[in-house]
Design a protein around this ligand. Structure first.
Ligand code: C5P
Length: 237
């Protein structure tokens, strides 16, 4: 697996109001590795939300771009100027689109390890995929992972159950971000197959996206610290 990152926790700030997100980010500053800003917060407050949250730590902007390569190149170039640390695109946008995202982000002054490709959304069942003429997830995940990395993406977002197979396909240096992570003993919320933080890291993840177990806790910083304490030491997992 790639070298262990200093703090693998990415906290999903899935709240509608910027004030609420700022309150969480300020309580969690220094306790987590990244803050995930998604479509809800970005839709409501736009680039200002990113700039405000970035005052408290690196921002993972989860917009899952999927458009023609030129449009994605221009969007990535513009978004890089917001100073974000990570940006998501869909691997199904194709090789040229992923490569354009990487190029655009670099042209905008962004970091080289920022573009993460999403393989298959876990909300899509095999029946849903068939309705849009796509093969079952299991047969797509590895080829999409390979395509995205071959196109220059330094990282991928994948479900806990796919981590092992994807890690084998892409090698040890690729960033693997996984959501659907739940501390042992906590409910799964709406995740069909949640993994514990330790399981996800042992299976090859470099970063863990955790939302509600931290954001809904009475003391979010204590919840983050408790998750981090339960992780294997460097080299152990
Ligand atoms: O609150 P929770 O920890 O479930 O938040 C998980 C975050 O990861 C959310 O922002 C959600 O959009 C994202 N995500 C997910 N499951 C996936 C892909 C992304 O929960 N399969």
């Amino acid at each position: 697996m790639s070298e262990a990152v200093a703090n693998p926790l990415i906290v999903a700030l899935d709240v509608p109001e910027l004030d609420e997100a700022v309150e969480l980010a300020s309580a969690l500053a220094g306790e987590v590795g990244h803050f995930k800003v998604g479509l809800e917060l970005f839709g409501g407050h736009g680039p200002a939300a990113v700039e405000r949250i970035a005052e408290f730590g690196p921002v993972f902007l989860d917009l899952k771009l999927h458009d023609i390569p030129t449009t994605v190149e221009r969007a990535a170039r513009r978004l890089a100027r917001l100073g974000i640390a990570m940006l998501t695109v869909h691997a199904t946008g194709g090789r040229a689109m992923v490569a354009s995202a990487v190029e655009g982000f670099a042209a905008g002054g962004g970091a080289a390890d920022a573009i993460l490709a999403v393989t298959v959304l876990t909300s899509m069942s095999d029946e849903d995929l068939a309705l849009v003429n796509m093969p079952p997830a299991e047969t797509q995940v590895e080829s999409l992972a390979f395509l995205a990395v071959d196109a220059g993406a330094p990282g991928l977002v994948c479900a806990p159950r796919d981590l092992g197979r994807v890690r084998q396909v892409v090698g040890r240096d690729v960033i693997l971000v996984t959501p659907g992570v739940r501390p042992a003993g906590e409910g799964d919320d709406d995740h069909a197959r949640a993994a514990t933080p330790s399981e996800a890291l042992s299976a090859g993840a470099t970063h863990l996206v955790v939302g509600r177990p931290i954001t809904r806790a009475d003391d979010p910083a204590a919840a983050a610290r408790s998750i981090l304490r339960g992780l294997p030491e460097d080299g152990e997992g």
